[in-house]
Design a protein around this ligand. Structure first.
Ligand code: URA
Length: 242
């Protein structure tokens, strides 16, 4: 179930703000009845009419982008900086699933399917987000242990599912460490390493669930296959049954 104004906006009919105006003006019907309540929730089988015309729903689109450094994960930027949408050739109203920092590179999914985005983002679905971090300093077993136990940051406990040292460079005093998380707190990986005394110099997301950037160069993207979309939906189905 999604909010009516969001569904209208996602169909490409208008912005969300304009959709709210149409609703308040009594121009929107759901299953033949006028709806003026802004919070009204609808599902994909509900018929929506605006000014007595049936709303055509936008076809769902799904992309995997290898996000370059120096690009913001947003649908627009007030300062005119490059956004991840500048890389995808589509007219659909897609948006990024979660966030990568301006200076973080790697796997980013984009879609106009809110349900798909929720499945990927919700920690309860245990979808791996695997990062490779270049750290200042030589990582210790003790720091890895602390991270794996869960660590308090900003009065909240941040969890990891796995932390693995991949390479130590004594000459440069840096470490390459893989970290897998299921949550999506703001700057989570950077904050966690910072909390154990190892600031992040570079960060790349290598994988989200089944989606890796192995065959995509920086700035390249591909469409997901119907089978891949189905696999993501099946994770939600499993959830329901348990
Ligand atoms: N954690 C971070 O600190 N930054 C990102 O971009 C993603 C996860």
């Amino acid at each position: 179930m999604e909010r009516l104004q969001k569904v209208i906006a996602q169909s490409g009919f208008s912005s969300r703000r304009k959709a709210e105006e149409y609703i308040k003006q009594g121009k929107v019907k759901v299953n033949g009845k006028i709806v003026t309540e802004l919070g009204t929730k609808v599902n994909s089988s509900d018929e929506i009419e605006i000014d007595n015309k049936i709303l055509e729903k936008e076809a769902k689109e799904y992309y995997l982008l290898n996000k370059p450094r120096g690009v913001i994960t947003s649908t627009n930027d007030e300062k005119g900086r490059k956004t991840v949408l500048d890389y995808i050739n589509t007219n659909a109203r897609i948006y990024p699933v979660g966030r990568l920092d301006y200076d973080t590179t790697g796997a980013l999914l984009l879609t106009n399917d809110g349900e798909f985005a929720n499945i990927i983002m919700h920690p309860k679905n245990n979808i791996d987000k695997l990062y490779l971090a270049k750290l200042e300093g030589i990582i210790t077993g003790e720091a890895i242990h602390k991270l794996e136990k869960g660590i308090e940051v900003d009065n909240e406990v941040f969890h990891t599912s796995r932390v693995k040292a991949k390479k130590i460079n004594k000459e440069n005093n840096t470490s390459l460490v893989e970290i897998t998380i299921h949550e999506g707190h703001n700057h989570q990986v950077k904050k966690m390493f910072e909390a154990v005394g190892f600031p992040v110099e570079k960060l790349t997301r290598k994988r989200i669930g089944i989606f890796t950037i192995d065959n995509l160069k920086s700035g390249e993207y591909r469409k997901l296959t119907p089978k891949e979309v189905q696999i993501v939906y099946s994770l939600k189905e499993k959830q329901k049954k348990n």
